[in-house]
Ligand binder design. Structure first.
Ligand code: PLP
Length: 447
């Protein structure tokens, strides 16, 4: 049942929004609380709704519109491919698919070289799980509690955040380990690795892979210490397990490098990508593996595929997007803007007692809130993610929305991940709106 507040919101919906609410499921939501906003345009880091409100996109929609909302090169490549031939079966190919495969081998770390294309992050993770199982002949996958890997059954089973709870019982053979979360965990990040080591030992030789986001995204932008990921790879290999890095959110400039793995100079055995791969112009997932893993499937069947694996229009978008990152020097730009953003956020945080911690890397930053100055007392708990109603962090994002900015959040952390094409002036504009919005959480603090 809609609350009185929600009834007021619903009364303000226009015809398109009302029709949408009636006939289309809102994702990850109690349907009574859904209130879609009709969007009619996009331009650089801005997008505009049907009432003419223009908003700065400080979270690149779902941390995916890395190229902003008017990357004509990508749009043109898609249109051209759609006219040439919108769809051919995966057993056929196009120049765009071959070239995107080659480009990914070039930009991914180390010797990662052969790619399976799908249509989303969750499918990229499903493929990674299947490849790891087929390659190692083992069935278990270890991941971490503060993680999100997708919504289909395999990937939600390896997800550790509360969204998994509604999908349980999960896929058998999925194990969760502690996370590197210095601010919010009783374990030191490097100590959490000792648990992983011990857990892998106790599981015996049954774990096919350890799956991690190199920089945790939606669960709060958690950046591990520099030595964490290299050591995790060693530990996994010592126990005969592969390392899978899920770069769906962390990749394509988000961390100020091509990939989160590059921040730590690590080459995983398998890497998953989506989101920024096309700058969100088309649904495309990718799972890239090392030559050793690729060689295994020369004479063992690669028993996997989808009708739209490597869809011609999607790979055209992917190729044009990767070429845009390269030709427009967007990775160094993201690094430079990321440093600027980090400095500006620190300055703003100093003025707001409700900011517990600002953390992150590149253009991937989290602002975690606290009810008590100088202590960690979250406004929202993990379970709030699947509860009805709004939390203080939602109210902060709501204030930003009313003042011209999209600002995502999760549990108790604001997620700042703008398009990598953002300029210094746009960072200034966004940080000023954030500064105002944080008054909401300051006012909600305990005395
Ligand atoms: N992996 C990570 C790290 C993600 O952040 C996400 C989505 O946010 C996914 C996988 C799932 O991607 P998709 O929503 O495209 O299925």
């Amino acid at each position: 049942m809609a609350t009185e507040d929600q009834e007021t919101v619903d009364a303000g919906l226009n015809d398109v929004e009302r029709t949408d609410k009636e006939y289309v499921f809102g994702t990850w939501a109690y349907q009574s609380e859904v209130s879609p906003t009709e969007i009619v345009g996009g331009d650089g880091v801005y997008f505009t709704d049907a009432r003419g409100n223009r908003r700065l996109d400080f979270s690149a929609q779902l941390m995916c519109s890395n190229l902003g909302h008017s990357a004509d090169r990508v749009a043109d490549a898609m249109a051209e491919q759609a006219r040439t031939g919108a769809y051919f079966a995966p057993s056929l190919t196009t120049e765009n698919r071959a070239e995107l495969g080659r480009l990914l081998a070039e930009v991914t770390p180390g010797d990662l070289s052969k790619t399976f294309f799908s249509t989303s992050g969750t499918e990229a993770v499903e493929a990674a799980i299947k490849i790891a199982r087929l390659y190692t002949g083992k069935h278990k996958i270890m991941s971490r509690y503060r993680s999100y890997h997708g919504a289909t059954y395999g990937s939600i089973s390896v997800t550790g955040d509360p969204r998994r709870l509604m999908a349980e019982p999960a896929l058998p053979g999925t194990i969760k380990a502690p996370d590197p979360y210095a601010y919010g965990s009783t374990l030191e990040p490097m100590e959490s690795l000792e648990y992983i080591d011990e857990m892998l030992m106790l599981e015996g030789d049954t774990v096919a892979a350890v799956l991690v986001e190199p920089v945790v995204g939606s669960n709060g932008i958690l950046v591990p210490p520099t030595e964490y990921l290299p050591r995790l790879k060693e530990i996994a290999h010592d126990h005969g397990a592969l390392l899978i890095c899920d770069e769906v959110m962390a990749g394509f400039g988000r961390c100020g490098e091509w990939f989160g793995s590059d921040v730590f100079d690590v080459t995983p055995d398998i890497m998953t990508m989506a989101k920024g791969l096309t700058g969100a112009y088309a649904p495309l997932g990718a799972t890239t593996v090392t030559p050793e893993i690729a060689a295994h499937f020369e004479d063992n069947m690669f028993c996997h595929g989808h009708t739209y694996a490597g869809h011609p229009v999607a790979v055209a978008a992917g190729r044009a997007a990767v070429e845009t990152y390269i030709d427009d020097d967007l990775i160094p730009h993201a690094r430079e803007m990321g440093e600027y953003l980090g400095d500006e956020l620190e300055k703003v945080a100093a003025d707001h007692p409700s900011v517990g911690e600002v953390r992150g890397v590149g253009l991937f930053r989290g602002v975690e809130l606290t009810k008590k100055e100088g202590e960690r007392v979250p406004f929202g708990e993990r379970k709030d993610k699947i509860s009805k109603g709004k939390t203080v962090v939602d109210e902060v994002s709501g204030h930003a929305w009313k003042n011209g900015m999209h600002l995502a959040n999760m549990i108790n952390t604001l997620i700042i991940a703008p398009p990598v094409v953002i300029s210094e002036d746009e960072v200034d504009e966004a940080v000023a709106i954030l500064d105002e919005a944080l008054r909401v959480s300051d006012d909600a603090m305990e005395n």
